[in-house]
Design a protein around this ligand. Sequence first.
Ligand SMILES: [Zn+2]
Length: 374
Amino acid sequence: MIDRDRLTRHFLELVQIDSVARHEGQIARKLADDLRALGAEVEFDDAGSKVDGEVGNLIARFAGAAGAPPLLLCAHMDTVEPGIGVKPVVDGDVIRSDGTTVLGGDDKSGVAIVCECVRAAHERGLAVPPIDVVFTICEEIGLQGARHLDLSKVRARYGLVFDSDAVGCVFTRAPGSNHIEAVVHGRAAHAGMAPERGINAIQIAGAALAAMRLGRIDDETTANIGIIEGGRAVNIVPDRVTMRGEARSHDTAKLAAQTEHMCAALRDAAARHPGASVEIKVEETYQAMNVGDDTPIMQLVRAAATQVGRQIESAGMGGGCDANILNRRGLQVVNLGTGMREIHTTSEWLQVSDMLSAAEVTLALMQLAARPAS
Ligand SMILES: [Zn+2]
């Protein structure tokens, strides 16, 4: 029931519309027209004005079977850079970028799958529940669209986000994450004439780093210091170092413990040097998600996969996506793989057959979801 050629054409058309974060205006207008033509009531929320973007989140509501709980189908419209002037190269089943930009399969594969599924349902008059299509903005710059999504315009409280790679996977768990920024203050002095008057901030930062557990902490937790900057000249005792890093964990308590461990290493190193100090800022980047295997959405995913002769395993993902935010905001959503590969690189590619199989599972799921809530 899924039209492979139409899905491919639409995907190729979408990736050639520039839409780096905050510049989703053009693609949003096109998608709004497409969805209206299929009978949806389309509107935009005011998230765009909150993030200085061209446009808000697109929300398209389709009527559906009476009594069935509305179903959410969600993907993001923005891409990472370099994402301007994408020239897709089609090589049999594979579509890749020409190597100068990303492909934008993250997340236009998700957008194309959603559009193809509502189109197929419309064209064949299939019984499906009321569908809320949400195409978000600014996912790639901190899930900003989902954070500001106006939920009063969205009827659905469960559904799918299409924003990950393997089609045999549905991501139900994702880590929470903290961003950590520390400024170590020492004291400047001439390194040759009066080194005893100085306090070396680089040395303190180094001691703190050496005391930190970083990398893979356990099977649920990772940590990294990714940026360190400081010092003015080789003959000046450095008085200031900035360090930036992060901790992630699927477990909220472990995330808190790892974050505190990193902060303590910094405080302890500073405390061993009288006159030194450290300022630490911890910001929550996103919160963990964990959707159970026995929830209604996961029962539907499994039943739909079985119906089209596939197997989909639930899994944990290492990053954050709109699903983290939506779950935290009270919805129940899981992240279904679309086939996007090597994302956020200029080698990005995908296989059309993967998009096709994700679309088949989705269309089967939409039909199964048409049953009234029991
Ligand atoms: Zn994405």
